[in-house]
Ligand binder design. Structure first.
Ligand code: S3P
Length: 182
């Protein structure tokens, strides 16, 4: 595994519903780091919600805003936990930028758990309420290679967010992560 000495940021990557935002906030609190969510940044820049961005401008425009936000966050953050939008690392340029400046942690969950966690919210344009398990599996499969590039992977199916945080902190400590550097 990569030695984390010199990296002061932690990026959480993974599919919708794996807990990046919830875990990221708690992780930041625990390690006394800043927290930033790429979707929230996009919403602030465009002054509208993510579903509105998709509805009014489409996915291509969303992805181009997302690319800019991820590059900015990757290149200018220090001592920060970055929760990245689920599709952002499909673009290898974003993945490389995050890997250059962050310990990259992949959160995973089974398609069934993802469906359960996301079904009630209706705030994800790529995961509609009437989506089938097959659709989720297909989208997950298409992103497998990108998500597999994290420095380590934490399966969140059976864990509470606090437990996910504990696993991450342990893995970070084992590999020399130290905030305040780089
Ligand atoms: C997306 C994930 C969402 C959001 C957008 C597209 C994706 O973020 O960026 O709806 O392509 O997987 P979360 O992973 O935070 O839900």
């Amino acid at each position: 595994m990569r030695d984390f000495r010199g990296l002061s940021n932690i990026a959480l990557i993974g599919f919708m519903g794996t807990g990046k935002t919830c875990v990221g906030k708690k992780l930041a609190q625990k390690l006394d780091l800043q927290f930033v969510d790429s979707d929230v940044e996009i919403e602030q820049i465009m002054n509208m919600s993510i579903p509105e961005v998709f509805n009014r401008f489409g996915e291509i425009r969303f992805r181009s805003e997302e690319n800019l936000v991820i590059q900015k966050l990757a290149n200018h953050s220090q001592n920060t936990v970055i929760a990245s939008g689920g599709g952002s690392v499909v673009n290898p340029i974003n993945l490389i930028a995050l890997k250059n400046s962050c310990v990259v942690v992949t959160l995973t969950a089974s398609p069934e758990v993802i469906m359960q966690r996301c079904s009630k919210k209706g705030n994800r344009p790529l995961l509609k309420q009437d989506d089938t398990l097959e659709n989720v599996k297909a989208l997950l499969a298409s992103r497998f290679v990108a998500y597999n590039r994290g420095d380590f992977i934490v399966d969140t199916d059976e864990l509470l967010p606090e437990e996910v945080v504990d696993v991450i902190v342990r893995r970070l400590e084992e590999n020399g992560y130290a905030k305040g550097q780089g």
